[in-house]
Design a protein around this ligand. Structure first.
Ligand SMILES: Cc1cc2nc3c(=O)[nH]c(=O)nc-3n(C[C@H](O)[C@H](O)[C@H](O)COP(=O)(O)O)c2cc1C
Length: 185
């Protein structure tokens, strides 16, 4: 797939088939992620690939409980209602979660992780896979309980949890507003 097609067709997938991508496919996505630019070329991104169905369910439940109990982010009330819905799964029951974490601190460290995440999501799109950044799981993943479940080392901070899998249905890309740009000639 051409890069511009991948960019234009990518959208957040919220309905997945149950089979997980192969190890080789996921390794290809991780390799694409590390081709992203990063400040000072520090390459401090680390990846945790979670394929265990029960563990994904456990992290989803933990994230929902933590979010509704502590309300750590200013979110629309409708999102907190969704998080309280017993049927809602924060990862949309995706068969794989890739948590991109930062093994360093310093300027632009979160930007590094976000760039790696976009590379990963575009590489997924190019291979017919769907993806979705699951920000709703981030606050929980940063807690001692979330870290323990995701086996995140103490010196790593979760930056981008990305659900990955085969889309259950074809979905049109999410529309965009017209470009707002100021041109200075
Ligand atoms: C930092 C960040 C956090 C996000 N968190 C969530 C999330 O928790 N759940 C979700 O369904 N989508 C999440 N998204 C996906 C956005 O809702 C989505 O990218 C946006 O609506 C644009 O749609 P598109 O990705 O289909 O183009 C997140 C995206 C970003 C960049």
């Amino acid at each position: 797939m051409e890069i511009l097609d991948a960019i234009n067709l990518r959208h957040s997938t919220r309905d997945y088939l149950t089979d997980a991508p192969s190890k080789a496919t996921i390794e290809g996505l991780l390799s694409a992620a590390t081709r992203a630019p990063c400040a000072f070329n520090r390459q401090a991104w680390r990846f945790t690939v979670i394929l265990n169905r029960n563990l994904l369910d456990e992290i989803s439940a933990g994230a929902k409980s933590y979010m509704t109990r502590t309300r750590p982010l200013e979110l629309p009330e409708t999102l907190y209602q969704k998080l309280a819905d017993p049927d809602f799964h924060v990862f949309y029951r995706a068969p794989a979660l890739i948590v991109i974490s930062a093994a360093a601190q310093g300027p632009w460290i979160e930007a590094d992780g976000a760039l790696a995440a976009e590379n990963l999501m575009l590489a997924a799109q190019a291979q017919g896979l769907g993806s979705c950044w699951i920000g709703l799981s981030q606050p929980f993943l940063a807690t001692p309980e979330g870290r323990a479940l995701a086996q995140l080392p103490k010196d790593e901070n979760p930056v981008a949890p990305i659900a990955i899998g085969r889309p259950a249905q074809a979905v049109a890309p999410t529309p965009r507003q017209p470009v707002v740009a100021r041109w200075i000639a």
